[in-house]
Design a binder for this molecule. Sequence first.
Ligand code: XMP
Length: 482
Amino acid sequence: MEPAAVILSGGPASVYAEDAPSMDPAIFDLGLPILGFCYGEQIMAATLGGSVAHTEKGEYGPATLTRHGESQLLEGTPSDEQTVWMSHRDAVDRLPEGFTLTASTETCPIAAYENPERRLFATQFHPEVNHTAYGQTMLSNFLFKICGLEPNWTMDNLIEAKVAEIREHIGSDKVILALSGGVDSAVTAALVHRAVGDQLTCVFVNHGMLRKGEPESVEQVFAHEFDIPLVHVHAEERYARLLAGVTDPEKKRRIIGREFWKVFFEEAQKLDGVKYLAQGTIYPDIIESGARKTGGKASTIKSHHNLIPFPEGVRFDLVEPLDHFFKDEVRALGSALGLPDSMVYRQPFPGPGLAIRIIGEITDEKLTTLKDADFIVREELDAYNQRLFEQTGKRNSEHACWQYFAVLPSIRSVGVMGDERTYGHTIILRAVESTDAMTADWAKLPYDVLSKISSRVVSEVEGINRVVYDITPKPPATIEWE
Ligand code: XMP
């Protein structure tokens, strides 16, 4: 394979566990530059004669890193303190011979170490996530200065390569795509359409748990503005029957995913001669769904809708042109393909939709309540983001919200409205800053924005007497509640 370098990524295992991924020590003697972070940092130490131990308390989220002396990897980052993102319970407690300690945090005395002569570098924190303030500088140091590579991953290069790849893959055959209205399937549709034109048909399964106004806008954009053949399937009642009484989050996801494919394939089989199925699977779906393309070593955090298998007897070949892209790259690709901003900057939305934002049983009444509250949240935070965009010229500027929505928990509380006691429902506001959904921090929204959302939700949405704000980063929480 002639690799130019090796990056040892993070992972959920403990290096000394029986089934933990291990490394042939000879890899470190190949003379290749190697960067290990998190699990990769620990396996490097354990393999080369250092050691790893459980820490008394874990370290999750932002941490303050202090540098010690010279470091090729950390060059160009502040020499005193900087913020890095941690997510670990184990840590290296003894360095292998020949290595120098280059940074620590209060909880983690060995947070970065290196052996520049052997071109081996390691960090306990995650340089690849956006919340590590100088992570990009560190990765640039590694790739361009230490390894001497060229930065040639540009959107124009990628579109050209992807279009050629899709044309070659699909030939003159027909392809279908399940459109959800979200960024991933929209960009996939635009890319596949650019490659094979009207050989593509989009199928939109409406399960009734989309946001207010969304089914209408999907039709408007794809059928009318983009002129792509679109089948809109109304499956709202079918879903309501299946989900009645179901409260377990994974069961909801399974039912919705399975039924989605049933409905989808019923439609697909009405179309003649379709050979391919294009999907908007992106890289975080694959990582977080664990087993499939990562070779079984990533831990299953949630079973993602995108990866539900085919039903028995149905065969389409998959086309997944975005499966190596992170969300921010998918947006850049969408813009470069000429998709409108409203679509490219549309928030990510989970396949199971509002079903996983209603904690407990889903009813028509709860769906209406959540749709109405969510509409207000989006209206206010769209306006807030627009104000920030006008001030900074940047879409994902500091403090802009990346994803925001309402959650309806299954609790009631006492309130007072118009001198009357109420016993109403609560709306949870979730708003996060992120670039790729792998990590996120809660958005530091101004009080007046929070206050307006709260007063509009309680006065405009029937049955709600309380609004609370979720102030947990990911990790340890996930962005969604189920
Ligand atoms: P979590 O909750 O895991 O979510 O932090 C990360 C991102 O993924 C979205 N999400 C999903 N997207 N199918 C999807 O296509 C799903 O089942 C699903 N669950 C979560 C979530 O909205 C966030 O942007």
